[in-house]
Write a protein that binds this ligand. Structure first.
Ligand SMILES: N[C@@H](CCC(=O)N[C@@H](CS)C(=O)NCC(=O)O)C(=O)O
Length: 236
């Protein structure tokens, strides 16, 4: 089969684009990387490809694909390999896909909603409080879904779509609180090792995976998130 032509418009600080990098790495798909500096206005050429001006955007054999979760899903569907999306055994495969989708939906709707809110909080105290709400949601809603993680979702020894779609935020949440003038509060993950041991072990294994951490730069992301906080506080 001919190798697909893949162009990825991205920015390595963007957690949504990071999802696509993880999928590409995991599926060992070669691609051409075009960095978009989103601190500057987008070019008319880029806006023609993606009118929202956001990253990521992928061009696959000439087809434009936008939205990180759709791109990652498309990439997993485009290959014969089944480890990101199990297809074998119709009902069994469908049930695993349903569990992954429910996990991702729960993680983002219950816990990750506090990520940008904590960064943009008006005061450090508010940020601490929002961080605590994140960790409370992990304990209540996410921890029970990771009972079978070994080390990855549902006993998988390889990354699954559950990790592809969440890992970029997990690695930020576990590292940014420990940077200088941290843009995220430590309350995000305080006590999780004891109160959410399944989540904690899963998150550690996920962050340590080379497909997840090879393009991640803590200092660059921390600097960008400090700017985001400063802008939000200036508007308050
Ligand atoms: N829902 C989109 C979100 C993408 C997104 O928000 N990207 C940000 C960077 S992390 C961006 O391009 N921001 C530039 C802008 O809004 O002008 C996805 O998942 O692809």
């Amino acid at each position: 089969m001919a190798t697909a032509s893949v162009i990825l418009y991205t920015n390595r600080n963007c957690p949504w684009a990071h999802r696509v990098h993880i999928a590409l790495a995991e599926l060992a798909l070669p691609f051409e990387e075009k960095i978009i500096d989103y601190s500057k206005p987008r070019t008319p050429e880029y806006l023609k490809i993606n009118p929202s001006g956001r990253v990521p955007t992928m061009i696959y054999n000439g087809h434009i694909i936008i939205e990180s979760s759709i791109i990652a899903q498309f990439l997993a569907d485009s290959v014969a390999s089944t480890h990101l999306i199990p297809r074998t055994g119709e009902a069994q495969g469908a049930l695993v896909r349903e569990r992954i989708a429910f996990f991702v939906e729960t993680y983002f709707s219950k816990a990750n909603i506090y990520y940008y809110r904590a960064i943009e909080a008006k005061t450090d105290e508010d940020a601490e409080d929002l961080g605590k709400r994140y960790s409370d949601a992990i304990v209540t809603d996410v921890e029970p879904l990771l009972q079978d993680a070994e080390p990855f979702f549902n006993g998988s020894t390889k990354l699954t779509m559950a990790e592809v779609l969440t890992a970029s935020f997990i690695i930020r949440i576990f590292t940014l609180p420990f940077t200088e003038n941290a843009p995220l509060p430590k309350s995000m993950i305080a006590n999780l090792e004891e109160s959410a041991p399944n989540f904690y072990a899963w998150a550690r294994a996920t962050m340590e995976h080379p497909s997840v951490n090879s393009i991640y730069n803590t200092d660059a992301c921390a600097a960008e998130m400090r700017d985001r906080r400063a802008k939000a506080r200036a508007l308050a």
